[in-house]
Design a protein around this ligand. Structure first.
Ligand SMILES: [Zn+2]
Length: 380
């Protein structure tokens, strides 16, 4: 038995349960759930806007990589190009708790060279060995960005991912056993080959929704999701700093995690109240145009919206929960403010954002967010 579903950690002081959407979560029928989400969203927005703002938010570019067009843009895009390019980024968020202590959270701190071991991407690499040199652009690493920003690993209090597809968290959280495969990849020194890994982030807690966490126990992961997780890497992970959440949570002033299942069973969205308004972030959709397909310039999205009455276009590599993913994207759409060109776009910042690419004609969005910037770093 994997230790993944082990005893839950004690609740960290300062995390506050949010119950605005609890009625919608009890609805099994997706149509009724959608109606309940629409009813609950305005009161959540008002309450959340009054919860304050984080002190500082910065965006760190990690990697641009190819991704199948039919996943990124569902059935909507007309382009015959097999791949689009998505840009994976990390958000660094800092704030002061009510007791005055400085807090730091990293959102999507993906170690992308380890993410390449995900079964789906490893198979893609084997099929198209030249793809990496043609289409992958590495912009930075988590550790490199933290050094540049002057954030010591010990200062990081929380790590969170909107879902755990592609993640290998053994270096970040430490392990209970040696990790010889990471020695072979040059990620762990050879003289440490016989030792469990010490965590790179010794004081960080992983914030993860219960369904996302528990599905990684042996026998719990659905076959349709298997190719997207590095499930075997979770069996030796240290779990003493894993904070399993049972629902929507206020992490700090103007910082919330809202359950948005669909892309994965335990997906959540990070919600930030900033000087540019409220933002949501997840991988449910790959671009702001996917949240307003009726005004998208990507060929196919407008007609898809018209024919299907589609309010959103799913990132559909895992379409088995499609109706719930639609609901989650509408939830994000109702929570986020509007901005961008003309001030009309849903401020959803995709953790992997669709980006114009010469290798993918007919899929270029009209703009990209590129990042969220908020506040000044005066927490030291
Ligand atoms: Zn994913």
């Amino acid at each position: 038995m994997s230790n993944v579903a082990g005893a839950p950690s004690p609740r960290t002081a300062g995390l506050e349960a949010i119950d605005h959407f609890s009625a919608s979560e009890k609805e099994v029928l997706p149509g009724r759930q959608l109606a309940a989400i629409r009813e609950a969203a305005p009161s959540f927005r008002e309450w959340f806007a009054g919860s304050g703002s984080p002190g500082w938010v910065r965006t760190c570019d990690l990697i641009a990589l190819p991704y199948p067009r039919r996943y990124a843009l569902w059935r909507a895009a007309l382009s015959p190009a097999p791949y689009v390019r998505i840009f994976n980024r990390m958000l660094a968020v800092r704030w002061r708790d009510a007791d005055g202590s400085a807090r730091t959270m990293l959102v999507e701190p993906t170690e992308h060279d380890l993410a390449a071991n995900t079964p789906y991407f490893a198979a893609m690499e084997a099929r198209h060995p030249r793809m990496r040199s043609m289409a992958v652009v590495v912009h930075g690493t988590v550790e490199g960005h933290l050094e540049r920003l002057g954030i010591a690993p010990e200062e990081v209090d929380y790590l969170t991912f909107d879902h755990l597809h592609t993640q290998d968290l053994r270096r970040w959280l430490g392990t209970t056993k040696p990790a010889p495969d990471l020695v072979a990849q040059g990620k762990v020194p050879e003289d440490m080959a016989g030792e469990p890994l010490d965590p790179v982030f010794p004081n960080a807690r992983l914030l993860v929704m219960r369904a996302e966490w528990e599905q990684l126990a042996d026998g719990a992961l659905h076959p349709l999701q298997r190719r997207w997780y590095q499930q075997r890497t979770f069996g030796s992970l240290r779990t003493d700093r894993v904070e399993v959440l049972d629902g929507d949570t206020l992490v700090g002033p103007g910082i919330a995690l809202l359950r948005t299942p669909g892309h994965s069973i335990g997906n959540h969205s990070v919600v930030l109240n900033t000087s540019s308004g409220i933002w949501t972030s997840s991988e449910n959709g790959v671009h702001a145009e996917c949240y307003s397909p009726e005004r998208s310039r990507i060929p196919g999205l407008r007609s898809h919206a018209r024919e299907w009455g589609a309010e959103v276009v799913l990132n559909a590599n895992t379409p088995e929960l499609a109706a719930y993913q639609v609901n989650s994207m509408v939830k994000e759409k109702l929570v986020a403010d509007r901005g961008g060109p003309g001030g009309e776009w849903v401020q959803h910042f995709p953790s992997s954002e669709l980006t114009p690419w010469v290798g993918s004609p007919g899929t270029s969005p009209s703009f990209v967010w590129s990042g969220i910037t908020h506040g000044s770093l005066s927490l030291a």
